[in-house]
Design a protein around this ligand. Structure first.
Ligand code: HEM
Length: 255
């Protein structure tokens, strides 16, 4: 009976030990998740971010569209006195496209930028995502005190999305309607012509030089048009060009 009691106590002891080890591991596991998420999702105030401008703290942080990256390994670019020091310790998103690097000109307001500028800014975001570690978000124009995207941020996201889709459209148009080759000579004037490589786009067809009117615009450019597209309403022949020629001397400076 004593042996049974002893065996029972031993089993309970072992079970308790296993349970406490598992619990402990569970706590460690939970902690690692919590620590990880709080580390990657740090919310900084603009004042806290300013601490990372390279003066007091050796770590260098910069923010673009509200996301904060640790750019310490790029000290030669961002350190005190270096060309791109304006970017650290703050969100100077606008300076990425204006090229204005003075402290007084730094701004995180990007509304009013052109589509081209927004696309360039988007490329900077992609650059930092790839080259550096994201360490958090800065409270302000792009993130609220709960770390949620602000209306302003959503508006900027929409503008960037639209700019990207416009760019895609333009690429498609460029592939569908490649630019003509154009040359000008003082004696013979302007010549436009199409080849299988004109406009820098390799293809299996040549196309005919035509005026291509961009939608909603009075202006046109010379494009090489496939036979089946010649009937499109925004395509027009050059006055002095035989419709079957792939090369024409056109009597206009505005091609
Ligand atoms: C809007 C204008 C510009 C902006 C916003 C800009 C921004 C930057 C930034 C942020 C970096 C550091 C990238 C990193 O973390 O590795 C950089 C690097 C550099 N930039 Fe600029 N830049 C501009 C114009 C120019 C111009 C006009 C030149 C040349 C004439 C130039 C030449 C360089 C060079 C040589 C590097 C160093 C590349 C390397 O060592 O890896 N930048 N630029």
């Amino acid at each position: 009976m004593t042996t049974v009691k002893l065996a029972l106590s031993f089993t309970v002891l072992v079970l308790g030990l296993i349970l406490s080890i598992y619990n402990h591991q569970f706590v460690i596991f939970l902690n690692s998740i919590l620590n990880k998420s709080s580390k990657t999702e740090d919310l900084l105030t603009p004042e806290e971010l300013k601490e990372f401008n390279g003066e007091a703290n050796p770590r260098l942080y910069l923010a673009v569209l509200g996301s904060v990256y640790d750019v310490s390994k790029g000290r030669k670019h961002y350190g005190p006195g270096e060309t791109y020091n304006v970017f650290v310790g703050r969100d100077a998103s606008r300076s990425f496209v204006t090229g204005k690097f003075k402290d007084a000109e730094a701004s995180d307001d990007v509304i009013g930028l052109t589509n081209k500028e927004l696309l360039s800014l988007d490329n900077w975001v992609k650059f930092y995502e790839k080259q550096y570690t994201k360490v958090g978000k800065v409270i302000g124009r792009y993130y609220d005190t709960n770390g949620q995207e602000t209306q302003y941020h959503k508006q900027v996201n929409d503008l960037i999305r639209n700019a990207l889709s416009d760019e895609e459209q333009l690429k498609l148009v460029a592939i569908e309607f490649p630019p003509c080759n154009i040359e000008w000579n003082a004696d013979t004037g302007t010549r436009v012509w199409c080849t299988e490589r004109s406009g820098g786009l390799e293809r299996s067809w040549i196309g005919f030089p035509r005026k291509l009117y961009e939608p909603g615009s009075d202006s046109f450019r010379c494009a090489c048009i496939k036979e089946e597209d010649l009937v499109l309403p925004n395509i027009q022949e050059y006055q002095d060009c035989n419709s079957n020629y792939v090369s024409c001397n056109v009597n206009t400076a505005n091609v």
